[in-house]
Design a protein around this ligand. Structure first.
Ligand SMILES: [Zn+2]
Length: 214
């Protein structure tokens, strides 16, 4: 099963992808984490990506696609993709890539969350500087701001403040609108209401995933 999780920043893509991974036995490919990982490991693709990132530029599709290709070839059991595609052109390239492997995308889950809720979530978001696990200020007991998994310090992303958050949501909506249309026309888009607890959202996603499998 090949799945894409779409949703604006703060929609809970990472959290839900991790839960789906456990429940359905799929591989979670988080594009942002994957990029950080190859840059850290200094692979040849990582070095290419770093050159763009250091100049504050977007990593080009060609590098991202190459990275993804390696992951997909390696992981034959199916994946949940999060953080990619971000626009129509990337969606088409993903289809081409899967086509070459005689595979296709099965399901696109689109998490819908109101802007006010997104802003509230992102303002309180803390991220582990080592493994990327996401926390919320309201869920941390006591003063220790370290990761429960790996013990590294938790940091607030510098683009998680109100003005930049609004801008990121705008940019997201502008670029993914055509993407959502594209998947709707293919008949594989499922909208899921992304508000409420993580468990509630997960149940809604599972309903869609199960009805797809039947
Ligand atoms: Zn950690």
């Amino acid at each position: 099963m090949h799945t894409v999780l779409l949703g604006p920043p703060g929609a809970g893509k990472g959290t839900q992808a991790e839960r789906l991974k456990v429940r359905l036995g799929l591989v979670h490919i988080a594009m942002g984490n994957l990029l950080r990982e190859v840059v850290k490991k200094k692979t040849s693709l990582g070095e290419k990506a770093r050159a763009f990132m250091e100049e504050g530029k977007l990593v080009p599709d060609s590098v991202i696609l190459e990275l993804l290709k390696n992951e997909i070839e390696f992981e034959k059991k199916g994946f949940i993709l999060d953080g990619f595609p971000r626009n129509l052109s990337q969606a088409r390239k993903l289809d081409e890539l899967l086509d070459k492997e005689a595979e296709k995308l099965d399901l696109v889950i689109n998490l819908e969350v109101k802007e006010a809720v997104l802003i509230e979530r992102l303002k309180g978001r803390l991220i582990c500087s080592e493994c990327g696990r996401v926390y919320h200020k309201s869920n941390i007991d006591g003063p220790s701001k370290t990761c429960k998994d790996c013990g590294a310090p938790l940091l607030q992303r510098n683009d998680d403040n109100s003005d930049i958050i609004k801008k990121r949501i705008e940019v997201y909506l502008e670029h993914t609108h055509p993407l959502i249309d594209y998947y709707r026309k293919k008949g594989i888009l499922r909208n899921v209401q992304g508000e409420g607890t993580s468990e509630e959202v997960f149940q809604r996603i599972m309903e869609k995933a199960v009805s797809y499998k039947l």
